[in-house]
Design a binder for this molecule. Sequence first.
Ligand code: GLU
Length: 501
Amino acid sequence: MVRVRFAPSPTGPLHIGGVRTALYNYFFALKNGGKLILRIEDTDQTRYVEGAEKYIIEGLSWSGIEFDEGPHIGGPFGPYRQSERKEIYFQYAMQLIESGNAYYAFDTAEELDAIRKEYESRKETFQYDCRSRNGLKNSLTLSQEQTKQFLDSGCNYTIRLKVPENTVVEFDDIIRGHVSVKSENIDDKVLFKSDGMPTYHLANIVDDHLMEITHVIRGEEWLPSAPLHVLLYRFLDWQAPLFAHLPLLLKPDGNGKLSKRDGDRMGFPVFPLEWTDPKTGEKSSGYRESGYFHEAFINMLALLGWNPGDEREVMSITEMSNAFSLERVSKSGAKFDPVKARWFNHQYMMKKPIDELASEFTKELKSNGIDPFDTSKMLTITQLLRERADFVKDLPASGVFFFAAPQEYNEADLKKHSTHDSASWLATLSEIFSSTKWTQENIDAAIAGFISNNSIPAGKLYNILRIAVVGSSSGPHLSDILLLLGVEETCKRMNAIISRL
Ligand code: GLU
């Protein structure tokens, strides 16, 4: 049985890179008939941010990612919040000490700081590892008695992993292939602190083991920790899960990791939902509030680092999960493309059932203080406007002319398209319109007849007529607009521009 997990730390809003990790885990679970678990890794109390867990759950749920187990829904392997599992971890730290694979370290923060500075003065970097540990204050260098004294004194201590000397730690990553690291390059990471809390490394592998996780699919930033995790599994005599480290999401120019700051600086969100920092009150924009459909958001995200192996781009969760495989995830970072993100939203706008879109548009109009038309007209208007818009919130602005006569005309358009005959053309045409039975065919025929009977340059007439009803020379097909406005309103607008001309 495939069991995968998404294991965020509630240290702030969930970055879209995290949503993508959750999404690939979701696809993998769906594809393999497995289970997806949400686990909140909140052992580092100093980094805990109020509201972050709630945000994470809401963001994932808005994205359409469904969990089988988690703190919000329960499950047979709970609790799913590490702070509620505190008692579990200590015994494993003890087991590692007893088997000689971990040790107590009593060096104070000040002492370590001084050593670090000393190394720096020699242009070296200090690492607590197999080379330095023999000269430091720990249960490997102290006698049993001294160690006991330290422990009994209640002083601060840590439990560190004893990384073996002169070995190579190896594992196969599904995406990256064979990974091998010399043990000299792995530091003796802290596994447990005297405040009674495990660190990420210990809690993470204990929970992955106890929750029977089969595949660890996570961001590339965790690749350097993987050899350490492999060692921990070995020392605890547990079978390690399979690893797959996903590529980074990069800035649009490919220069570095897409960061929290990039989004608002470059005008696109990097978070699924809007987030207000509880300390500073600073707001960061979200995809939901920016008007993205959640289907478009995850479709766009899924294709950053993976492709289905054919030309398909617009795909549902079912289509994507059916096509998903970790082997098709790329090794190299994926550049975020804000233009493509809008493009996806437009595609979903075009796919959306027209009645749903029309009712969202109607709501948007009302909140803009505009009185919408009756439902049947709204369906047609929505159909016409969606071709040119990426977001529902852009629809009112792109279609204001349906609801009110232009207050002013685009000067440049007017200058470009008016001639000294424009006014008289419009006057005559409005006469013709007054006696035209108002159907699209008749409108088209009336305009075409007028043009050919009077040898009028077609472009000039169409454009000035469009400016009269829309206010500028853009917008949907002209007779579609005229039909919807009705003959009376059309003629009123034609007469209004005549005085300007
Ligand atoms: N808590 C880690 C994070 O915040 C989890 C990393 C992992 O998946 O192992 O991303």
